[in-house]
Design a protein around this ligand. Sequence first.
Ligand SMILES: N[C@@H](CCC(=O)N[C@@H](CS)C(=O)NCC(=O)O)C(=O)O
Length: 204
Amino acid sequence: MHKLYRTAGAGSIAPEAMFEEAGAEYEMIEVDLSAKSPDFLAVNPLGQVPTLVLENGALLTESAAMVLHIGESYPDAALVPPVGCPGRPAFCRWLFFLSANVYNATLRFIYADRMSTEEGAAAGIRAAAARDLDGYFDILENTLDPGPHLLGERYTGVDPYLWMLTGWQDDVDALFARCPRLKGHYDRVGERPAIARVAAANGV
Ligand SMILES: N[C@@H](CCC(=O)N[C@@H](CS)C(=O)NCC(=O)O)C(=O)O
């Protein structure tokens, strides 16, 4: 069985959403990020969640890699368009866009004080992250036209990933006022039974 190291409210929401959507069994191991245990650091020296240990014992880090891996491990759930199918390039585009840009800028915004060794740099780092996030969400808002999902009619693993990242934003009300399609997406994804279970387990 897959073992998922997770912390409520953190990036482990993404693989949890994939397992729940697929109806898969998985083991959850709670991680206290404020006091990382030697056992956890021995599994993942990055000391980050999510951390996934596969059925063969191999380590998988990176939430985007987990979305892909879990989706492909449970093909009946149809959460990842297979290689050669029309939606595959767009799925890859949005998976990496969300991970490399939106997740990264969100971390820069929230943890601006950790992003430089220079005293007093945090305010500028946070402002630049907010500017970048505005640009990324404008692109996502345009992509959700006509929607209802990032790939159009088809719900895939990039939708709960976007749902997680949207829920982390600093001023969600202002974001939704600017991006009404994003709000519709957030509400729709949150209403799915699998995602409602994930939300409850993460206190979001
Ligand atoms: N690129 C990683 C980022 C993971 C990440 O930064 N996770 C945060 C929680 S959301 C974390 O573990 N922070 C603790 C730390 O970095 O010390 C991914 O996509 O999985």
